[in-house]
Design a protein around this ligand. Structure first.
Ligand SMILES: N[C@@H](CCC(=O)N[C@@H](CS)C(=O)NCC(=O)O)C(=O)O
Length: 221
């Protein structure tokens, strides 16, 4: 049994939940972070005071991509954790790329459009994020032109961080390039039960709706 600490509407928690779903693992999720707050001893597990954190027996892991890798390596041999060294390196590469590039660019859009009241939003950050994400998702689109998933013809851990962000990027009312290959990949992800359950959840169109959705998600496993 894996224990997950983190609110259901966090994109970083969603990576872990989607991974658990794909691997059909038993888990228990505790609402932590955001309006749910933090248990008093949380920082003993995760000194960063962020979510997610996972526990598996005596082991605790934080940093969402490290959690995804741990679960894939331990429980997803030959599925999410490819047995092929080339596919594994490709998956790893796009996970790193996602964090190093897309994460910050997308946060500039998402935080200002959804998580802040409109009168506090940094319009320049939104515009910069939209421009950067257009470039980055076009790069991903080119990569996906001749493969169904990030590391080849089946879903691996390489799809998880990018797939979690793609749902939000494609759902926002913003300008985007056409991205035909990303769209086809997203359709493939959308046909997966675990993706629909853990990633494709409403997040509202403004901070008031975000808060309502966060409250609605409390307790859902
Ligand atoms: N690099 C970290 C980032 C963790 C992070 O910043 N998580 C956000 C949620 S997406 C958080 O903890 N926010 C504060 C909160 O929810 O209270 C990871 O990937 O785990």
């Amino acid at each position: 049994m894996i224990t997950v600490y983190g609110r259901r509407n966090s994109v970083n928690v969603q990576k872990v939940m989607w991974t658990l779903g794909e691997l059909d693992l038993e888990y228990e999720r505790h609402d932590v972070g955001g309006s749910h707050g933090y248990p008093a001893d949380y920082d003993d597990m995760n000194p960063n005071h962020t979510v997610p954190t996972i526990a598996d027996g005596d082991l605790t892991v934080w940093e969402s991509n490290a959690c995804v890798r741990y679960l894939a390596r331990t429980y997803g041999a030959d599925t999410l954790w490819s047995a092929d060294a080339t596919a594994l390196a490709t998956a790893d590469q796009w996970m790193e790329w996602s964090t190093a590039n897309v994460g910050g660019a997308f946060l500039g859009i998402f935080f200002n459009l959804i998580r802040l009241p409109a009168d506090q939003a940094d319009q320049a950050a939104i515009a910069a994020g939209i421009k950067q994400c257009a470039t980055l998702f076009t790069r991903l689109d080119q990569h996906l032109a001749d493969r169904d998933f990030v590391a080849g013809e089946s879903l691996t851990m390489g799809d998880i961080p990018l797939g979690a962000m793609a749902y939000r990027y494609l759902a926002l009312d913003i300008e985007r390039p056409a991205l035909p290959n990303v769209r086809r990949w997203y359709e493939r992800l959308s046909s997966r039960t675990a993706y629909r359950k853990h990633v494709m959840i409403p997040f509202g169109t403004n901070v008031a709706e975000w808060d309502i959705e966060e409250a609605k998600n409390a307790g859902i496993q």
